[in-house]
Design a protein around this ligand. Sequence first.
Ligand SMILES: *Cc1c(COP(=O)(O)O)cnc(C)c1O
Length: 462
Amino acid sequence: MKYVSTRGRAPVLSFEEAMMTGLARDGGLYLPESIPVMTTAQIAALEGLPYEEVAFQVMWPFLGGAFTAEEFREILARSYAGFAHAAKAPLKQLAPGHFLLELFHGPTLAFKDFAMQLIGQMMQASLTKSGKRITIVGATSGDTGSAAMEAFRGLENVDVFILYPHGRVSDVQRRQMTTPSKANVHAVAIDGTFDDAQARVKDMFNDFAFRDEVGLAGVNSINWARVLAQVVYYFSAAVSLGAPGRKVSFTVPTGNFGDVFAGYIAKQMGLPIERLVVATNQNDILHRCLSTGAYIPDGVQPSISPSMDIQVSSNFERALYFAYGKDGAAVAGLMEELKAGGFTLSQGVKAALAGAFDSGRCSEAETSATITATLKNAAELLCPHTAVGVKVAEEQRVQGVPMITLATAHPAKFPDAVEAASGIRPGLPPHMADLFERPERVTRLSNDLSALEAHVREHRRK
Ligand SMILES: *Cc1c(COP(=O)(O)O)cnc(C)c1O
């Protein structure tokens, strides 16, 4: 199994190399050369298996021998041991034909743990074999950062720097990043938005001298290994509701397009997904692009679902690559246009995307109203991101096809928004109960590449 860049001009890599590299050297994102397909019988056989075994069956064909089967099973066991629910990704019914896929039972209470715990264990296994050191630099809109710190804290061969937009993450999210005591994880608050933070991380990857000097590695959702880890729960959920004998649909609260793109891969692999619905908050560039064909960023409006406050949605490039018939040069051209302000898709490409993805938008008022209504009607307290999904799912649901909305975070990560809507302040689980007493450690820096690079150089272990 080989991996190619969406822009077609970077070296072809193995799974392990693509995982360690993150962003391709031509600025593109890695994708498998071809998508392995599972037969109906293979999908049916997943029913009732432990989550780790479903993960093994779904991911194994993508690994290209990076690990032995035994090594990979051990990696999976370690990755999901810290989850607080035996099913790892349990389904809960919300209304007739509408289900929640709870992805917040991992150590940092958001779906990011599914991929981050796994990538942490896989990278450690690789580095132990090679004896190399790496420096991970990542940007976060809130949840990726804490998940990465939790997955890599204390690891011998890895230093981690997480950039988050100062003042634009919830207090719980910030404290999850600023309170880990291990010396190899570093929180950096930058002046600007998530898009600024993400742009600086991309700049660091494009500074090849710096990249090679510090052994830069990426764990943002551009990392293929993260997308792959997220494919698994589409299978486990669909099979629980009767797939492959029956089709299901998914609605996915979306920001950087990683999670919903994993659903697209599951569908390419043969999982009978009827519709994949992209749900955005008021930062609705993806909904606008899917409905009009124009992708024109117009500034981030901070919302009560901050992990989706994004205007430059990195993984969308992967969907564009397929919509353009794997034409890397065409994708590279669009990304050049984006630098100059935006791009407009041709009718054919727009139709191809519309065939793969539906979309909807949820305003701030609708998000709060959905939290209120869901508490009343289903006795469920939703996080604001999940509420965006539930609202859009209710609009798009059709009779006869179960709709599964991804519950992307635990409500206790966003207590202010949840309390304002529901009157209930969700409590943190026991392992985090003292979060507000722990000392914080963070460096505030300007949105400036050389200042950020200097900080990484100075603080990484040599
Ligand atoms: C990251 C995140 C999202 C958005 O996921 P993408 O893969 O970036 O589309 C939605 N909800 C929560 C809680 C998140 O942490």
